[in-house]
Design a protein around this ligand. Structure first.
Ligand code: HEC
Length: 147
């Protein structure tokens, strides 16, 4: 089970630390990328604990999940304006079906919120990361074009 978090983080493109938002000129785009980067950093916190690179700390794990929930809650408002930037990886489809985009944000929020109250042991992390990762990918697959 130790492989799951690593695989998930790699699939999500979080293995590296350099995010694409350096040089973004559109501040609305930058704000939404910053929120996504924060979600990525929270996932990394969970991933590091899951693979034993950092010690399991229940409160830290729960607050990383709570932070993901908060950023997921902010996501629809951050993406509401149909804004673009050469550095953006957001696909135009977001604004073709914003209700679906919102629903995908809400499912991540609900899941992360639940985990922020339920993570109790180190062994909870791998399944937590797997389900969170599924929610990230459900949206990225349709609405994010990795450059
Ligand atoms: C509802 C849709 C949605 C969900 C859910 C979602 N993302 Fe994203 N994410 C996006 C979109 C769209 C972009 C591209 C934004 C842009 O470049 O303008 C993005 C970009 C990113 C980026 C790159 C940020 C940057 O600075 O370029 C990271 C990292 C990221 N997401 C991590 C995650 C993780 C981890 C999760 C799950 C815990 C997640 N996202 C869940 C839609 C989503």
């Amino acid at each position: 089970m130790m492989r799951t978090p690593l695989i998930t983080l790699t699939v999500l493109g979080l293995a590296g630390t350099a995010f694409a938002h350096t040089g973004v000129k559109n501040m609305i785009v930058k704000a939404r990328m910053d929120a996504m980067s924060a979600i990525g950093a929270d996932m990394k916190t969970l991933g590091q604990m899951a693979k034993g690179a950092t010690a399991f700390d229940r409160d830290r794990a729960r607050s990383a999940a709570a932070s993901i929930a908060k950023h997921a809650a902010d996501t629809p408002a951050l993406f509401e304006a149909d804004e673009d930037d050469p550095k953006s990886e957001a696909k135009a489809e977001i604004w073709d079906d914003f209700a679906d985009f919102t629903a995908k944000s809400k499912s991540l929020e609900a899941l992360a919120l639940e985990l922020s109250a339920s993570i109790a042991a180190g062994s909870d992390l791998a399944p937590a990361i797997k389900s969170l990762g599924g929610a990230c990918q459900a949206c990225h697959k349709v609405y994010r074009e990795e450059k």
